[in-house]
Ligand binder design. Sequence first.
Ligand SMILES: Cc1cc2nc3c(=O)[nH]c(=O)nc-3n(C[C@H](O)[C@H](O)[C@H](O)COP(=O)(O)O)c2cc1C
Length: 216
Amino acid sequence: MTAATPGRSILRNSLILGLFAIFTVGLIAFIQQATSERIAAEQQRMQMRALNEILPDDQHDNDLLQDTFSIDDRRYLQLPAPATAWRARRSGEVIAVILPVVTQDGYSGRIDLLVGIRANGELAGVRVVNHRETPGLGDKFEVAKGNWIFSFDGKSLSMPAPEGWAVRKDGGEFDQFTGATITPRAVVQAIYQALRYFEEQRGELLQLSEQESTHD
Ligand SMILES: Cc1cc2nc3c(=O)[nH]c(=O)nc-3n(C[C@H](O)[C@H](O)[C@H](O)COP(=O)(O)O)c2cc1C
């Protein structure tokens, strides 16, 4: 047997290395794609569950998940781009809306909420649907972690009065989390701003018919 010349063995090793690199890059791309699809599907599932919890089926007679409109507001809702909102109807009349709301003031930045507001301006319910707050410290707004998020149910712009729309540490009415005030402070403010938006846009939001959208 003749030994491979150095030139040949370099070529062969380069080829093997090249193929290995191509395989690895392909594998990483595949895993990334599969993971991002799973994350998107999970977020979609969480969103649907949140919508149904905020306005359960027995409170409206339309298909809430299909009755959507586009909303675009940076001032109150802090939406970085137009986003989907939902309306609940009874006999065609809009009885509540669920608004997408963003705050960038969380301990770890952005927190995404869904805020349900009834036609009379009372909160139907609130859910946090995306966040990066610290597990066990800053995530007590999660339904699985406690009742805190339910403390907003039935509240409105006038109940409590504006100065009550803060955590207790700041003189307001809402509990902070033990050792973590930044997160609940951000969430309370985001909800209050959503109520202000609703108050300002009330007429338009309640008169929405199919296919209409509302913009800043
Ligand atoms: C590692 C680490 C993670 C933290 N995560 C959060 C958080 O997710 N939310 C929050 O409000 N505070 C968090 N904090 C605490 C804040 O730094 C800050 O001390 C606190 O929010 C202020 O609340 P207090 O006024 O009740 O002390 C964290 C602190 C550390 C050291």
